[in-house]
Ligand binder design. Structure first.
Ligand code: SF4
Length: 234
């Protein structure tokens, strides 16, 4: 069966089987399976916190599409990391933008929507653009890890994304922070400079703070707002 002719039912069957078969596989093997199975209908999404999954995927599928959501609220360091990844790695960086600029959103909803209704802000600036951007793919990979937070503890290495009807791949789900650091050091992978400046997880500037000793990696995201995920991974 050609990749383009698969139905959602075919894809779901593939996801369930691979989730079972690849649970113990290395990240490289999981991505090799993704490249062999989906070819150019596979992409990686990256927040440009680091380029670990993009690097792994580029070894399995040179020139792989790496999708980045430019919310309009990123730190300059994050945009710089994206530009560096596009310049030096064997990947095709695709930047997705929300329908409205920050100024247009401010005019419609009032300023600092992120402080008043972060769920709506994320829905408009992250979830909706990703929804549209993933339309041409059957499978997407993320850098989710089980040890990042309790909400990510059960992340499958390959699962079925019911909301988008796509195969969702988390090749480094079983990795620890030490595994990530070892891979970065071994391969000289690009990382966001903010990781060297007290940030353990990097998102939009208004919703990200440095983490304190003993806090989990994602505790600096939407701190004090009772929110832990932007909605992309829910
Ligand atoms: Fe808006 Fe904050 Fe979500 Fe970014 S992380 S889209 S600024 S609420």
């Amino acid at each position: 069966m050609s990749a383009a002719s698969r139905t959602a039912q075919d894809l779901e069957r593939l996801a369930v089987g691979a989730g079972r078969d690849l649970e113990e596989s290395s990240a490289q093997d999981i991505l090799r399976w993704a490249a062999d199975t989906f070819g150019r209908r596979f992409c990686v999404t990256s927040s440009m916190e680091d380029a670990v999954v993009a690097h792994l995927a580029s070894r399995a599928l040179p020139g792989v599409d790496v999708v980045f959501l430019d919310t309009g609220y990123h730190f300059p360091e994050t945009i710089g990391t994206r530009d560096a990844v596009a310049a030096v790695m064997d990947v095709n960086v695709i930047t997705l933008a929300p329908r409205r600029t920050v100024a247009e959103q401010d005019a419609e909803h009032g300023p600092k929507l992120h402080d008043r209704d972060p769920d709506l802000c994320c829905a408009l600036r992250k979830v909706a653009p990703l929804e549209e951007g993933l339309r041409g793919y059957d499978a997407w990979a993320t850098g989710l890890r089980r040890d990042e937070s309790p909400t990510r503890a059960n992340t499958p290495v390959v699962g079925w994304d019911t909301k988008r009807q796509k195969v969702k791949i988390a090749p480094i789900a079983r990795w620890s922070q030490q595994d990530v650091e070892a891979y970065v050091a071994e391969h000289g992978v690009l990382t966001n400079p903010l990781l060297m400046d007290g940030y353990a997880s990097v998102g939009c500037a208004p919703c990200t703070r440095r983490v304190l000793e003993g806090e989990d990696a994602r505790s600096g995201r939407w701190a004090g707002l009772g929110k832990t995920e932007c909605g992309i991974h829910l």
